[in-house]
Write a protein that binds this ligand. Structure first.
Ligand code: SF4
Length: 74
């Protein structure tokens, strides 16, 4: 069974370079301000979401397990 994740983007940090969109296009999309938004936290595998978070140059992506709130990244 796939565990549900809470995925958030800190807009104070996001510089809009779209790396997360390239890695996990089912989860992230740009908003009108060209910053990343989470459109579907279940849109990609956990591995892809964590890869996107790890590769974000400003560490703007926060990932935690929905049930219990354990932080997976950063
Ligand atoms: S990779 Fe990070 S900085 Fe780039 S668009 Fe995504 S959240 Fe923003």
């Amino acid at each position: 069974m796939t565990r549900r994740l809470n995925v958030r983007v800190d807009h104070a940090c996001c510089v809009g370079n779209a790396m997360c969109l390239a890695t996990a296009p089912g989860v992230f999309a740009h908003n009108d301000h060209r910053q990343s938004e989470v459109v579907d936290p279940e849109g990609e595998s956990e591995e892809k979401i964590l890869e996107a978070a790890f590769n974000c140059p400003t560490r703007a992506i926060r990932v935690e397990i929905a049930e219990g709130g354990e932080q997976l990244f950063p």
